[in-house]
Structure formats: C-alpha cells, structure tokens
Design a protein around this ligand. Sequence first.
Ligand code: SF4
Length: 358
Amino acid sequence: VDFATRLLDWHALHGRHDLPWQHPRTPYRVWLSEIMLQQTQVSTVVGYFGRFVGALPSVRALAEAPADRVLALWAGLGYYTRARNLHRAAQLCVERHGGELPGDFAALSALPGIGRSTAGAILAQAHGQRHPILDGNVRRVWARHAGIDGDLATAAAQRQLWALSESRMPATRLADYTQALMDLGATVCTPRRARCDSCPVRGDCVARATGRVDALPKPRRARRLPLRSTRLLLLHDGAGRVLLERRPPTGIWGGLWSLPEHAGDDDVGPRIAALAGEAAPGMEALPDVEHAFTHFRLRMTPVLARVGHAAPRIGDNPDRRWFDRAERESLGLPSPIARLLERLDVAGGHGPDAPQRT
Ligand code: SF4
C-alpha cells in the first residue's frame, strides 16, 4: 500500500478533525491558520485564530482594518512581520483579486509572506488542488522516513526533500492528505520521543529500521545569537499613565507601540526631560529583561522615571502618547513590554481623568 493511502487511512481514524480553521475550510481561514502556525504551536494558535477571525472575518475586513488593530490582534504571537505581510497581502487581494485570496498558485505565491509551501498548503486545503508542501514538520518526516543524512539546508537536500513531497502525493484527496501529513509531523513523528509504534508508515521507515530516529534530521549547528543592549524609558505619572512610542514600520516590533528606546551610552536624563517636558526628579534602572529575536538577543534595561504630570502635548509627534492601562490593553504591546508593565505598580493605577491626546 502506498505512502499516501496509509497516511489517509490513519488520518481518518486518528487525525485532527476539529481545528477551528477546518470548519469552514475557506481560503481566508486556511491562509490565516497557516501563517499563524508557521512559528507557533497549534494549542496557542487556536485562541488567537478565533479572536482574529471574529474581529476580521474576511480578506476585505482585514484589508480595511487599521494597522494598529491588526497588530493588536497579533500581539503575543511574535514574529510581527507575519502580521504586516498578512495585512499587506489582504490589501493586494482587494486591489488585484476582487477581495478574494487567489486560487492560482502563481498569483497566491506572489503575495507577501506566502512562500511555496504555504501557497501549496492553502490551495490543497481550501481547493483540493494538487501541490506539495514542505514545512519544518514535513522535512523531519522525510529525513527520517527516507533516511536522509546530512544538512537539510543545502540546495541538494532541499531538492531531494521537495522531490519526496512531489512523489508521495496522492492523485486525489489533497486537502485530507495535506492535513494528514502535517498531523503526522505534529503528533507522531515529533522532534523528540517520536511515537513510532503508532506510526502508519513505520513499515518502510529507514530511520526506524536503522535505529536513527533520534539522530535524524541532523541537528543544525546551534548558532550563538549576538547580543545587543538598549535602554527602555519607562516614564509614568504615578496615576497609571505611561508614555509609549510607535516603533518604525520596519525592524523589531515594527509598527507596534512600545516604550521609547535609548540605544546610546550617554546620559538618559536630557532625553527623559525632553520627552516629559520637565526633568524627572529621580530615575531608577530596573533589572534587565532579555528577549531572543530571530537573529539576535536583545538585553533591555528599563529605566523608570516618574514625572509630575502626563504632559498633554508631546511635540507634534503623532506616534508618541500617554496611555492609561485600559488603553494599553486594547493596543496589544509586544509581550516583553506588556510583561514588564504588568510587573510594575505604574501599570496598576487609573488616572482620575482621561489623558489628552496630541
Ligand atoms: S516510524 Fe517513527 S521515525 Fe519513521 S516516520 Fe514514523 S514516527 Fe517518524
């Protein structure tokens, strides 16, 4: 019995059939789930997915939403480039494709954030089209099942892996097959402690036959990420209001509201005075917070400064404002920043009157 048939039979009995994006399995919902699942576990994605489609139920609704709203719905999932690409791609769907996600491979994979595997997964699941997929889970299944040694990142290994994805596809039932393959990688052929005894394709698995399940795929050489340091200015007025700045559109946390950053080594006093419109009577450096991004780690030293009152105007900068606690919650801050504010008393109080907007 061929690979696909064994996998499909297994999936009918043991696969996941109750994921929210499967009911209904529309292109928009499948797309959103695929992007969310790229760097995040299913168990986490389920809640975010429900909130996101509840708030923005269609490509058009996503395209028309302000960037702040999209980022707020994404906040906590990390890798915000995904959210920005999603938003931009939805706008392109409105401009070019009548507000629908295109059902054609070339047009779909031309959209930002949709690579070959994601495009294939969307078309297979939403339209039953015949396209191979190759995500991290599938790479691991192929490396083990076919016994591929060596570095999977090389061009030759990539060609071999894509060829396996191509050759093992069934002629029909691509939606179920694609889901089944992803389920096998996520629930049976897991990175650690693979459940080979429950695996539907164990009969001809090379890694199992040669005792190399734990050795394949060959681990990538661990990279030591470079460390960068910065200071975060945590200005508060003692009544729960905190000064936030919108980050530039590109770079880490692009477009999100965050604490003003001070990257230089110089004294932060003058900067704080400029931001607050007055010198802060005292400053306190809080314990460092570290966060790992894809290419580096960031060590952030929060500098806490209380100012007399939240100045109503902060220059003419629309990307810098005082926010009270309730407003901050609706913004969706990057997780390390939200955690930092939660830990501090400054986040607890509610001011007697609403802060004025600039
Ligand atoms: S037998 Fe084990 S190693 Fe081989 S594909 Fe199945 S779960 Fe993965």
